[in-house]
Design a binder for this molecule. Structure first.
Ligand SMILES: Cc1cc2nc3c(=O)[nH]c(=O)nc-3n(C[C@H](O)[C@H](O)[C@H](O)COP(=O)(O)O)c2cc1C
Length: 414
């Protein structure tokens, strides 16, 4: 019976344990978590989402305070056109977050940054270029392009000296998305080094509609593998979404994938950035508590726990401090919904907004409990303590369980 450790992920000349820990935005996949994956020979991800805030917390910088002060005059204005990101600050925050993480790296594995296109930051092209290039400047091993088609992202990095040596990959959820990306980038003469195929059971935003349950990860992977074979393209495929045991992973490794990307099982590790109380919510969840809804202003469906505090909350839009989802013309779907509710309830002290959420503020405060579909199984991966809470795991324990377990077994912690 095979185990994950019988396989290796080859990225160019490098050979890795074929386990990637996926990027989990706004510092849920912390540097500490990514560093463990690299130390153990796999691939870890940090995320560059809301990187100013992450830098402020990690390095005591004051990017958010300074931005809030600069735009304070606009807080009661529903027009957010003026709220722009200072590109030098963006580069500085990214270089700090990425650079300090890379300095601490040990072991034979790698650390990539998860870069979501949907973070349009009221200037999609220029901010994305700075994000990509400053991660490369700071020595990141690779970049995983996510949450968007990224048709222009390779071109934005083309003139960077590391464009051809850093590992660059993209997350897709269909053969069509991959075809579009490859066609669009054909003239750059640079293929992605890997393609993460994310199925409908993943956490975070989904590349599917509300009919996500009709799709199946292995079916999509098989279509993609056939397409790549037809085009004679040798690009490693990384399977993602709902891979809960080492045996689940082996099944993908035996059927066209060169690696797996996993996240949910690491949300209850000590190294994960979620607050301890939120980790207990993930442990406690039952299958019925896991929902997919459309409250994210990005337009993508998102999976989360049904008791997520962000649902229905009517907080004032926090764009003067954050503004990561402003589309380039000062718009965000939450602002529209918020203004509608304010107009409908002019005398209310507190309003509720059901159809959208202020994702920046709530992700920043760990109040949007996005999760994978298998979250309800997390309680089976640990022990219940005398006080009724669940024991946290170490990232090393979970990583090694994926790497070495057989027969769908899950090792409990000591
Ligand atoms: C809490 C959480 C947050 C996530 N945030 C992001 C994100 O910011 N960007 C992204 O590309 N994927 C995100 N994902 C998706 C993961 O990187 C990964 O591909 C997927 O969840 C793997 O499936 P699994 O959770 O069933 O193991 C997130 C997943 C979780 C569980």
């Amino acid at each position: 019976m095979k185990r994950v450790d019988d396989f290796r992920l080859k990225l160019g000349k490098d050979e890795l344990v074929p386990i990637m820990i996926g990027g989990m935005g706004v510092d849920i996949s912390t540097a500490a978590l990514a560093l463990e994956a690299a130390r153990l020979g796999g691939v870890g991800h940090i995320s560059d989402a809301m990187v100013h805030d992450v830098s402020d917390r990690r390095f005591d910088t004051s990017f958010i305070k300074d931005k809030t002060r600069l735009y304070k005059y606009n807080i009661d204005n529903s027009d957010k056109t003026d709220i722009k990101f200072n590109l030098e600050h963006l580069a500085e925050a990214t270089r700090l977050h990425v650079g300090k993480t890379m300095e601490a790296k040990q072991g034979s594995g790698m650390i990539f940054v998860n870069c979501m296109e949907k973070l349009t930051m009221n200037g999609p092209r220029e901010t994305l270029k700075v994000r990509l290039e400053s991660s490369l400047d700071a020595g990141i091993d690779g970049i995983t392009l996510s949450a968007g088609l990224h048709l222009g992202s390779f071109a934005l990095m083309e003139s960077h000296p590391r464009f051809r040596d850093a590992k660059l990959g993209i997350i897709v959820s269909s053969v069509r998305a991959l075809q579009l990306f490859l066609r669009k980038n054909a003239k750059l003469n640079r293929l992605p080094d890997y393609v993460v195929v994310e199925g409908p059971l993943a956490g975070g935003h989904l590349g599917f509609g509300l009919d996500w349950a009709q799709y199946d990860l292995q079916t999509i992977i098989t279509e993609i593998v056939q397409y790549l074979e037809k085009e004679q393209l040798a690009i490693p495929i990384i399977a993602a979404g709902g891979i809960f045991t080492g045996s689940d992973a082996v099944s993908f490794l035996e059927n066209g994938s060169s690696g797996v990307q996993v996240a949910t099982r690491f949300t209850v590790t000590e190294e994960c950035g979620l607050p301890a109380k939120v980790k207990q919510e993930y442990f406690k969840a039952s299958e019925d508590d896991i929902i997919v809804n459309t409250i994210s202003p990005t337009g993508y469906p998102m999976r989360m726990l049904s008791n997520t505090p962000a649902i229905g909350d009517g907080i004032r839009p926090g764009c003067e401090s954050y503004g990561y989802l402003l589309d380039g013309n000062g718009n965000c779907a939450y602002i529209t919904s918020y203004n509608r509710e304010v107009a409908a309830h002019p005398d209310a002290k507190k309003i509720s907004v059901m159809d959208k959420t202020c994702l920046c503020t709530h992700m920043r405060n760990f109040n949007c409990w996005t999760c994978g579909q298998t979250t309800y199984r997390l309680k089976d991966t640990t022990r219940k303590l005398a006080d009724g809470s669940y024991q946290l795991l170490t990232a090393e324990h979970v990583f090694r369980d994926y790497q070495f377990s057989v027969d769908h077994q899950i090792a409990l912690p000591d």
